[in-house]
Design a protein around this ligand. Structure first.
Ligand SMILES: [Zn+2]
Ligand SMILES: [Zn+2]
Ligand SMILES: [Zn+2]
Length: 139
């Protein structure tokens, strides 16, 4: 994970700092699972909220992570899988939110929609949320 994290930082031309490397490692470990800043805080050795916040914003801006909106009101992020680039996230996949344990994961695939947006309305973001129970909670 450490090597992969370093590789990614290099790929995105980001300076290697302990915080960036550790946060990236946690996202790599989480895979499709979204992490909130409190998840990250409790997993990090040294926590500095402001640095963590800035790190997340930097990663988001660079197309490394995206916000996984799950309707819980908690801001969560997940690793981008695909062709995201700076200022241009392509993450229009749905997210699954487990109502029992609260976990959120990225789903593969796209939801087709034929929503009619009224004239003059501009869509800036689309969020698709599926809610239910995950495999850990359903049995
Ligand atoms: Zn993205
Ligand atoms: Zn669950
Ligand atoms: Zn996602």
């Amino acid at each position: 994970m450490q090597e992969k994290a370093l590789e990614l930082l290099k790929l995105y031309r980001l300076r290697n700092t302990a915080m960036r490397r550790q946060v990236l490692e946690l996202f790599l470990k989480a895979g499709h699972k979204a992490l909130s800043s409190s998840n990250l805080e409790s997993a990090l050795e040294k926590t500095d909220r402001i640095t963590l916040y800035r790190t997340l914003k930097t990663f988001e801006r660079n197309g490394i992570i995206h916000q996984a909106i799950d309707g819980s009101g908690v801001t969560k992020y997940a690793l981008c899988h695909g062709q995201c680039s700076e200022h241009d996230h392509m993450d229009d996949h749905p997210h699954f939110h487990c109502k029992d344990c609260g976990k959120t994961i990225c789903l593969e695939g796209k939801i087709q929609n034929n929503v009619k947006v009224p004239k003059g309305f501009i869509v800036q973001q689309k969020h698709f949320i599926l809610e239910g129970t995950c495999s850990d909670c359903s049995n």
